[in-house]
Design a protein around this ligand. Structure first.
Ligand SMILES: [Zn+2]
Length: 303
């Protein structure tokens, strides 16, 4: 069978004799590339993040809605994620979910429920924790983690990124990798805050009893998600996260493998997601976060 590429008739070079004709031909090629059916990457562009604060139906969520709007939370996320080059707009929303504390991505929309944000506030630490984790960290870490996790699902879907392994783990890895790009001090706070959200407060050596069907969930178990995010962080910077191992929040045996796990993640992110990042915008990533986070930390400092 002939190779379909080789069997396609090729243009005769003599067609392109004048500058105007060449320009017209180049324009025709570009139009063809951008037509429906062209690869998604050919139509992708940065600054594709939209947002919506859906007014809550439950009056109990009004304060969260007001705080998020006042703090321009979604506007800040929009700016933070603007370097992503996507083929279609991606909308970030906060909305009521009729009592279900969840978040998901579907059809170019990330939806985070007020109910889930309320859970993060309810479980936020009321006191400073080991390793200098503050109450603000135990809110900002899980909130950013859930938005980035869902954005990870969106990126894999919209850019048709192949995934080996479970997509839920891949979305967790995307979130951790992005948080680690926010500068050392912020990365540390957010990673530890996110791990707290996954049950870092669980004492070491404790015995856990659970229904067997908990193991069938598409997500890894909360404690596994905490160890995974800490492992990625320790693998990325073993000095910055040294106390995570010294204080045994991450067992030494796992920690020994973390540089290799982080190397695998870096390779996948660089190879698969890297070509879809606007490098000029991404260079301001840390700056954007630093500019917007100080006020939020102060607001979240007190219960
Ligand atoms: Zn998920």
């Amino acid at each position: 069978m002939p190779d379909p590429v080789e069997s396609t008739p090729r243009p005769n070079r003599s067609w392109c004799r004048t500058l105007a004709l060449c320009a017209a031909m180049a324009a025709a090629v570009i139009v063809t590339l951008f037509a429906a059916g062209a690869p998604a990457s050919a139509r992708s562009k940065s600054n594709q993040i939209q947002y919506e604060y859906v007014p809550p139906k439950d009056p109990a969520h009004q304060a969260i809605y007001d705080q998020m709007k006042q703090g321009r939370a979604l506007e800040n996320l929009q700016e933070l994620l603007s370097p992503l080059r996507l083929p279609y707009p991606l909308k970030l929303t906060v909305a009521g979910c009729d009592g279900v504390p969840n978040a998901w991505y579907s059809n170019e929309v990330v939806k985070v429920c007020y109910e889930l944000l309320a859970e993060f506030l309810k479980h936020a630490s009321k006191q400073e924790l080991p390793m200098g984790i503050t109450r603000a960290d135990t809110i900002l870490g899980p909130v950013l983690d859930v938005f980035l996790h869902e954005t990870g699902h969106a990126v894999y879907d919209m850019l048709q990124i192949p995934i080996l392994g479970r997509q839920e783990d891949a979305a967790d890895q995307f979130a951790a990798y992005v948080m680690l790009r926010l500068g050392k001090e912020e990365a540390r706070k957010l990673i530890l805050g996110a791990a707290y959200g996954y049950n870092i407060q669980m004492p070491q050596g404790v015995r856990v009893t659970m229904e067997v069907d908990a193991f069938s969930n598409e997500h890894s178990l909360p404690a596994q998600r905490a160890y995974n995010v800490l492992c990625i962080a320790y693998g990325a910077d073993s000095k910055l996260f040294a106390d995570v191992v010294e204080l045994e929040f991450l067992p030494k045996k796992r920690a020994e493998l973390c540089p290799y796990e982080y190397e695998d993640l870096t390779f996948a992110m660089t190879k698969l997601i890297g070509p879809h990042i606007d490098k000029r915008r991404a260079a301001k990533f840390h700056e954007v976060w630093a500019r917007t986070v100080t006020e939020r930390r102060a607001r979240l400092a007190r219960p």
